[in-house]
Design a protein around this ligand. Structure first.
Ligand code: C2E
Ligand code: CA
Ligand code: CA
Ligand code: CA
Length: 276
């Protein structure tokens, strides 16, 4: 037993070493990525479910690694958060997204930018947003910041104050991944968000599971009574879109309507509207 315990331990440390090594590599890579401009943003369209109009895009970061190809954010954002590099990456994202959106021909289109809880520094984030707006000349009403519930868990007062100041500039605030965190409802009453994004985990179970259908219907009802816009993310099938439409959901985003892409469309395309 002793022997096997020791070998398990040895195997375990080897595994940890490999993990630590990989993180170190990613960290070094991220520093280079900033220096050599290896990040890019993809844009995923958001449509009004009522009339099929293209309302705007969510900016989603990718890392074009010189050897490994395109790397998705789930791989490197958590490491960027742990190492503090997220600050610089997040600032790049904010500036880049605003500069690009300011160049779009259709000035009614909005741009949504993700700001993670680890990246959000109460008091600082509002300055970064103001700087990005100033540098780009983007109309603040075209910018939306997506935050998650985890942001509101600590330092609630300072965070709410910063969100309020960002909102006072004319920028809107969306609560992302709604329903996956804790105490969603109490946070909603603490801070008046402009928009709620129903997490794709719910959307993808629509029509498969009666309790998911009921949850989505009640989130939409909640949005109605709070006067908050409801977006459904991760819409992949027409069945999901039809159920969301029946529930009264405002906006949709998902592979069915358009994958994240390097280019934005010059003219609104209405891929499958009207829905059956
Ligand atoms: P998120 O904010 O919840 O973004 C939605 C994710 O769902 C994106 O993954 C998007 O590509 C994916 N998606 C969109 N439509 C569909 C669909 O129909 N089906 C499925 N299965 N997936 C769909 P992505 O681009 O890999 O981003 C993952 C996460 O990384 C994001 O989740 C967000 O939390 C984070 N992220 C992305 N860009 C940034 C950024 O610029 N800054 C920060 N801080 N985080 C970012
Ligand atoms: Ca998001
Ligand atoms: Ca999500
Ligand atoms: Ca997320």
């Amino acid at each position: 037993a002793k022997h096997s315990g020791r070998s398990t331990f040895a195997w375990y440390t080897a595994e940890l070493d490999a993990e630590a090594q990989k993180r170190k590599e990613v960290e070094e890579g991220l520093t280079k990525a900033l220096k050599f401009d290896q990040f890019k943003l993809l844009y995923q369209p958001q449509y009004s479910l009522r009339d099929g109009e293209l309302k705007g895009y969510e900016a989603l970061i990718r890392w074009d690694h010189p050897a490994k190809g395109t790397i998705r954010p789930d791989i490197f954002i958590p490491i960027a958060e742990d190492t503090g590099l997220i600050e610089e990456i997040g600032t790049w994202v904010l500036n880049h997204a605003c500069l690009e959106a300011a160049l779009w021909e259709d000035k009614s289109r909005r741009i949504a930018v993700n700001v993670s809880a680890a990246q959000f520094i109460a008091g600082e984030t509002q300055h970064r947003v103001a700087t990005a707006l100033r540098n780009s000349g983007l109309d603040p009403h075209r910018l939306e910041i997506e935050v998650t519930e985890s942001l509101l868990i600590s330092n609630t007062d300072a965070v709410i104050e910063t969100l309020r100041q960002i909102r006072d500039m004319g920028v809107s605030i969306a609560m992302d991944d709604f329903g996956t965190g804790y105490s969603s409802l109490s946070y909603l009453s603490l801070f008046p968000f402009d928009k709620i994004k129903i997490d794709k985990a719910f959307v993808q179970n629509l029509g498969k599971d009666a309790s998911t259908d009921a949850i989505v219907t009640s989130i939409v009802g909640l949005g109605r009574s709070l006067d908050v816009i409801i977006t459904a993310e991760g819409v992949e099938t027409e069945e999901q879109a039809v159920l969301l439409s029946a529930a009264g959901c405002d906006l949709v985003q998902g592979y069915m309507f358009g994958k994240p892409d390097e280019v934005t469309r010059h003219e609104a395309e209405y891929p499958i509207f009207p829905l059956n």
